[in-house]
Design a protein around this ligand. Structure first.
Ligand code: DGL
Length: 268
């Protein structure tokens, strides 16, 4: 297969990375995608760095079986803790979601106060703080972990009074800090964007890391002469490590289109 026609590999701890695939399909409609969701071991956001790194290494090894031309780490938690190790061990270009989100937030903020929300592991890693400090040291970052958001989204509670109450409770400290840009630093949070937007108010720009990452993928592929801009029918393949049924049903919400087939696999 020509290098251009090779698929893009995407992995996540589970279903959430489909928000990134949605952006990928919209922005780069000729690209084929192999998606790997580690649904048997989700969530990663409550796990330690060493576990997250080990799982991420195994996920990349799985995707390499498909001769992918690059790998996108859709999971913020994996991107936060594992990206340097992945880049050290593998030659294939690997793109994470942290830097693109950080770049977009520093571009958007006017008052140089940025908020980040994510899983506990992402917030503990301080990966967004580090990335933002490299881009613009004058920006101050306030972070908040929102552990109930992932189960809320997976239960389909995207709005309503309970969702609103939890969102207010989590975001109140960030409002107090006067931030004007908020990074949705977790695969699931774009689905809560409407409630988050209502709670934060119009003056706060919501940054969807997944969307920003797709722009970086495009730039990288163009730079490497690997962008598939021919009129070809792309192929989408989905693999998970637990039962496929739940993934297929919920996944259609994340992806915004139907998912034809999902295969259950082992890492080895
Ligand atoms: N995919 C994870 C992330 O973006 C959220 C779910 C999990 O905790 O594994 O951080």
């Amino acid at each position: 297969m020509s290098a251009v026609r090779k698929p893009i590999g995407v992995f996540d701890s589970g279903i959430g990375g489909l928000t990134l695939v949605k952006a990928l399909v919209e922005e780069l409609p000729s690209e084929s995608v192999v998606y790997f969701g580690d649904t048997a071991r989700v969530p990663y956001g409550t796990k330690s760095k060493s576990t997250i790194v080990r799982f991420s290494l195994e996920n990349v090894e799985f995707l390499l079986r498909f001769d992918v031309k690059c790998i996108v780490v859709a999971c913020n938690t994996s991107s936060s803790w594992a990206l340097p190790t992945l880049r050290k061990y593998f030659k294939v270009p690997i793109i994470g979601v942290i830097r693109p989100g950080a770049m977009a937030a520093t571009r958007r903020t006017r008052n140089k106060r940025v908020g980040v929300i994510g899983t506990r592991a992402t917030v503990e890693s301080r990966a967004y703080e580090t990335a933002i400090a490299r881009i613009d040291p004058a920006v101050t970052v306030s972070s908040q972990s929102c552990p109930l958001f992932v189960p809320l989204v997976e239960s389909g509670w995207l709005n309503g009074s309970v969702c609103r109450m939890i969102t207010e409770q989590y975001l109140d400290p960030l409002k107090q800090q006067g931030i004007d840009a908020l990074i949705l630093g977790c695969t699931h949070y774009p689905l809560l964007a409407s409630t988050i937007g209502q709670v934060m108010g119009e003056g706060v720009a919501l940054i969807d890391s997944a969307k920003e990452t797709v722009a970086e993928v495009r730039g990288m592929l163009m730079g490497e002469d690997l962008l598939c801009d021919q009129h070809v029918k792309p192929r989408y393949q989905f693999f998970v490590t637990d039962e496929a049924d739940h993934f297929t049903q919920l996944g259609e919400q994340f992806l915004g289109r139907s998912i034809r087939s999902v295969e259950r696999v082992n890492h080895r």
